[in-house]
Write a protein of this length. Structure first.
Length: 226
């Protein structure tokens, strides 16, 4: 079964949800991860990855890490960031936003590894379950996830404020996993992002694995405003 991804980026301005509601949602989704674990048996250290994924993604919903790092107002999505910088910086920022949109339009997740609109594991996104209610809160949850996974991987891996040493290690990791020339080979990298991550008790895509890896690599390298 081939899933088709809409190529357009949503143009509506997202509603801002109050912080206390967001934290409540975060707890609910962490609990969803716990329930999934009870259904499918112990996942060992992999479960820690999943709880980490949910809590890290939650931190960046509707926030722009570029502006967080610069100390600017960061209450907007990364691919809408209005910060342009000057000269070469401006071109690099635009190129990174273009890359996010290109990846979003092209990635094809292996069946059952992701809720296609947002990329999160199907058992984590509350819209990923076929029993899901479609309340405004639930849809907002999925929209929030959409703003984080690909933009954050783009920012951390290739963005203008990337840590050169982390990026170098990331490219080595990708090459060791079969992505030929990951720095320039977008097609190969996008194909890899959509694959099922091996060895995970809960199905998820390689994109989520790269998000987890990059977040851990950056841990302690940046001040956290959360
Ligand atoms: Zn910004
Ligand atoms: Zn079900
Ligand atoms: Zn979703």
């Amino acid at each position: 079964m081939q899933q088709v991804e809409p190529t357009s980026i949503p143009t509506t301005t997202p509603r801002t949800i109050p912080t206390d509601i967001r934290h409540q949602f975060r707890q609910q989704d962490i609990e969803r991860a716990h329930i999934a674990q009870r259904h499918h048996g112990p996942a060992g250290p992999r479960f820690d990855d999943e709880a980490f994924l949910v809590s890290e993604v939650e931190k960046w919903v509707h926030r722009c890490s570029t502006c967080t790092q610069r100390g600017y107002d960061d209450a907007h999505e990364m691919w809408r960031c209005g910060f342009t910088g000057a000269g070469g910086a401006s071109r690099e920022i635009q190129a990174n936003k273009d890359w996010m949109k290109m990846v979003r339009g092209k990635v094809q997740y292996a069946n059952y590894t992701a809720h296609f609109p947002c990329g999160m594991p199907q058992h984590i996104c509350p819209l990923g379950d076929h029993h899901a209610d479609h309340s405004e809160e639930v849809q907002e949850r999925c929209r929030g996830y959409r703003t984080v996974l690909i933009p954050m991987v783009a920012m951390m891996g290739k963005g203008p404020q990337r840590d050169a040493e982390v990026t170098q290690r990331w490219y080595q990791r990708l090459a060791s996993r079969g992505v030929v020339d990951p720095e320039r080979n977008d097609e190969g990298l996008i194909q890899y992002f959509g694959q099922r991550a091996p060895g995970t008790a809960q199905k998820r895509s390689q994109l989520t694995e790269e998000f987890i890896w990059l977040r851990r690599a950056y841990d302690g390298r940046e001040k956290c405003s959360d």
